[in-house]
Design a protein. Structure first.
Length: 158
């Protein structure tokens, strides 16, 4: 889980959080060369997770993966329909079979989770809330900023 500090560092480097938070999350430890505040943030979140029941953590992790894989399948379809993957360095044989089978399987898993009001439904609702908060943050904060420039480090010879 500590590797997730790279997520906070990378998004702060790309100015997704706002200047004060971006500066904190991109702080590099002078001796270790690591994003130390981001690492502490993720470590703190990991410590909080120690007090959440293991079953709930597994369900939350699983529903998060459902959202990720569903997004990838939808992106594969949208990329093909919109032409963005026309010159991609990969091919998808039997398109659209893979994304449709994926979406069907994920739909079945979502349905089974929904039928479990104790843990599955809670996980789905929490993941849905995260997605809604992310969309709201994008529309209210990031999109009004205009052009979003992603930082791409230049490779340097040693």
């Amino acid at each position: 889980i500590l590797a997730c500090a790279r997520f906070f560092y990378g998004t702060a480097r790309d100015r997704c959080w706002g200047r004060p938070v971006d500066q904190l999350l991109t702080a590099i430890h002078p001796r270790l060369g690591s994003p130390w505040i981001s690492t502490l943030l993720v470590g703190g979140a990991g410590a909080v997770c120690c007090f959440v029941p293991l079953e709930q953590l597994l369900v939350l992790s699983g529903t998060g993966l459902i959202a990720i894989y569903g997004g990838i399948a939808l992106a594969a379809i949208a990329g093909r329909l919109g032409g963005q993957t026309a010159r991609a360095p990969f091919r998808m044989p039997l398109y659209p079979l893979a994304p449709l089978v994926t979406l069907s399987a994920l739909g079945y898993i979502v349905w089974l989770n929904w039928l479990d009001p104790g843990e599955g439904r809670t996980g789905l609702l929490m993941t849905g809330a995260q997605i809604l908060l992310s969309v709201a943050y994008y529309r209210l904060v990031l999109k009004p900023r205009g052009n979003w420039e992603v930082y791409v480090p230049v490779a340097t010879a040693r």
